[in-house]
Design a protein around this ligand. Structure first.
Ligand SMILES: Nc1ccn([C@@H]2O[C@H](COP(=O)(O)OP(=O)(O)OP(=O)(O)O)[C@@H](O)[C@H]2O)c(=O)n1
Ligand SMILES: C[C@](O)(CO)[C@H](O)COP(=O)(O)O
Length: 229
């Protein structure tokens, strides 16, 4: 029987948000961003363990202000781990804290609170077949390569995807990728599997699965949440 774990990377500083409190604790319709992210995985209901990776200085805040928002049964699946200086280090701490009997892991950004159950499920179904999976959406704009404000090349849009999380992996495979490329800088976990020379299967993501990065992302996120109510 397959057992699945979830790692939610929430140990960033949210510098681009430019707020004095971590962006993941900012409210959307009155509840913290990180609450929505975790609740989506709890609602999905298939995770044996949900690891929340936090800045060590914010663990008490999480315990006092966010953890009590969840039902008792959801709280039982949560565990808290300290993050690192990069997203990659934080994810590493998360995946290595999962129990040995976990077969697959879904890795998600704490800052993507609009994730829907259907996308979590399609990612999970795909990983059982492909071992390494990422969500991605087709880019809608024309993308150009620009150097020193000069457009050098127009890229073939058909081959481009804007990459999102969740990304899902066979747990042994992603641990191996993290171990082998410990010194490599990586924006996401799928790129470490690419470095191993393995295929990463892309499932269709969701344009609404926004990453809350800068202040202008907050309003559209609230509009989407309101529509779902
Ligand atoms: N050391 C880090 C850095 C990032 N993250 C997490 O990785 C996700 C994606 O990162 P990003 O949106 O870039 O968040 P921040 O690093 O917090 O943002 P910024 O770059 O603006 O500081 C976020 O949920 C963030 O909390 C993490 O767990 N540990
Ligand atoms: C993993 C990721 O969400 C894919 O879009 C993203 O790369 C992480 O955030 P960052 O803004 O690149 O740090």
């Amino acid at each position: 029987m397959n057992k699945v774990g979830v790692v939610i990377a929430a140990a960033g500083q949210g510098k681009r948000m430019g707020h004095n409190i971590n962006k993941q604790f900012l409210p959307l319709l009155g509840k913290p961003i990180l609450y929505y992210t975790i609740q989506s995985f709890a609602d999905w209901g298939k995770a044996a363990e949900i690891v929340i990776v936090l800045n060590s200085k914010e663990i008490d805040y999480f315990k006092n202000k966010i953890q009590p928002l969840f039902s008792y049964s959801a709280q039982k699946t949560l565990s808290l781990v300290s993050g690192g200086n990069s997203r990659k280090e934080s994810v590493y701490n998360g995946i290595t804290s999962l129990s040995d009997n976990i077969n697959y892991v879904l890795i998600h950004d704490g800052a993507r609170p609009l994730i829907e159950k259907s996308l979590i499920e399609s990612t999970y179904q795909a990983v059982k077949e492909h071992k390494a999976v990422s969500c991605g959406v087709k880019v809608k704009d024309t993308i150009k390569l620009v150097e020193d404000s000069i457009s050098k090349q127009t890229l073939n849009r058909d081959k481009l995807r804007a990459i999102q999380t969740p990304q899902a992996f066979d747990l042994d495979l992603i641990k191996k990728a993290h171990h082998e490329y410990q010194k490599e800088t990586a924006l996401d976990d799928a790129s470490l599997v690419e470095l191993l020379g393995k295929n990463v299967y892309i499932v269709d993501g969701d344009y609404n699965n926004l990453k809350i990065t800068t202040a202008e992302d907050l309003k559209p996120a609230e509009v989407i949440l309101k529509e779902r109510k």
